[in-house]
Design a protein around this ligand. Sequence first.
Ligand code: ZN
Ligand code: ZN
Length: 337
Amino acid sequence: MKVLAIEGPRRSALHEVTTPRPVGDWALVRVTCAPMCTEFKGYREGRVSEGLGHEAVGVVEAVAQEGPVQPGNRVVVMPQYPCGQCTLCLTGDYIHCEHSPDFVAKTGGDTGQATMAQYLIKPMSLLVPIPDEMPDEHAGMACCGLGPTFSACDRLGLSGMDTVLITGLGPVGLGGVINAKHRGSRVIAIDPVAYRRELAASLGADHVLEPTDVTLEHIRDLCRGRGVDKAIECAGVAAAQRLCIDALRRRGEMAFVAEAGDLVVKVSQDLIRKGLTVHGVWHYNMGRTPAMMEQITEMGVQLDQLITHRFPMSGADEAFELQMTGECGKVVLDPWS
Ligand SMILES: [Zn+2]
Ligand SMILES: [Zn+2]
């Protein structure tokens, strides 16, 4: 099978590798759509790899034993390889599992982890069936397009009572706008890239701001002088993380979603005196997959706006270069063209 590989700075190519085989309760999945995430950073820096991607939709091709899915089923492939047995795994919060098995020892091969590939293997318990009428691309937004901020909305208890600040309007932050509007919240969205601000506005953000123009007074003016009720940080830079904390009202609540940034926190002033609640959010609880699939069916038009570009996997250089400009929403790859 073919996988996408990074061979050096701003250079990718397709490599031929061994097609993985299903073992135990793991299934072989033929990948039909591989949404792109932050792999472009590795492309830019030339981090050599044949194991790209963690988001996928596909069709179950083969299983080694009977289980919850069977060949022919269309599925969303959930990220990571958890143990499946610890308390976190058993309660659906598998994403935080600390006991990932050794992939090679478990599967007897070293291919099948990448999603930017024609096939992958995955425990069947992490394959979420897709309703018949749902397009593969929309289903793929159940990974990072909508997933992390869906979890943030859950953890924050986001509702129509809230004004929420979303910092960073990359594909994850844009998905956050869709999720927050779906729950009826008022959204203030911030990003330096005009393309992304315009896309956020068309997805329903109520106020779209440019970081260099933003003052705390302006944000408070938009919130009856108090500050925002909730914040979802999707930029991964200290300035945006600081803005979230400073813009929150007393007893406000925030979720860190972006995985970068080196924010310095003043415990007394920032947290104790303000009475803030802070969540670290990665992916959502498996028990919430039915709700995720239901909301995707309701969000069709917005997801067509969120997915701005499609590329054949053989043309991935062009996709990476586009992502480096920031002038895109979610970008998806077709591993078979
Ligand atoms: Zn991702
Ligand atoms: Zn576990």
